[in-house]
Design a protein around this ligand. Sequence first.
Ligand SMILES: Cc1cn([C@H]2C[C@H](O)[C@@H](COP(=O)(O)OP(=O)(O)O[C@H]3O[C@@H](C)C(=O)[C@@H](O)[C@H]3O)O2)c(=O)[nH]c1=O
Length: 185
Amino acid sequence: MGKFQIEQCGQIEGLYLIQPTVFGDNRGYFMETYNYNEFKELGLDMVFVQDNQSKSTKGVLRGMHYQKEHTQGKLVRVISGKVYDVVVDIRKDSKTYGQWYGATLSAEEKNMMYVPEGFAHGFYVLSDTAEFLYKCTDFYDPSSEAGIMWNDPTIRIDWPIPEGETPIISEKDTKHPNFSSAIYL
Ligand SMILES: Cc1cn([C@H]2C[C@H](O)[C@@H](COP(=O)(O)OP(=O)(O)O[C@H]3O[C@@H](C)C(=O)[C@@H](O)[C@H]3O)O2)c(=O)[nH]c1=O
């Protein structure tokens, strides 16, 4: 019995929710959050070369990001707070091309998502603050940074944004093209 339970997200091939085994005792808890061999056994044979961490306040939306070259697979999780994590399948030859998938990730649940290469990724912060941690299979490459608008009219992501509120986004994230003119992977 491995230390990670994985479940494919809907029909989307290669996209997984991962639940680590948590060992609790009178001191607190311990868990492995990544293990090369265990992941390989589960069919997730990848090498991570960069770890990222960000902190955001409630109502922040970061996304929908991808790199045109040096595409990144990402193992994402939340170490404080709660977010709604979203991906869009932009793999040209995928059966689920153009479809989005969302899941709530939280520090309390300790759940993670593995987002393979070929997806645009973003998240919306549900808690007062959220710290987001992720491992990437390729390096950050500013020259191939790309994105799709978070509220793209074709993809129609159902973000859990309260009625009448507008998410807090970076200037860069106001300027992404729509899905119809994005560069697909
Ligand atoms: C992503 C990234 C940014 N930076 C720098 C560039 C910039 O000055 C500052 C903030 O960058 P951004 O505004 O792009 O950060 P952010 O909007 O948090 O970008 C991230 O969003 C999530 C949803 C993802 O999926 C990530 O891959 C990444 O695109 O950090 C790096 O040095 N290395 C990196 O890997």
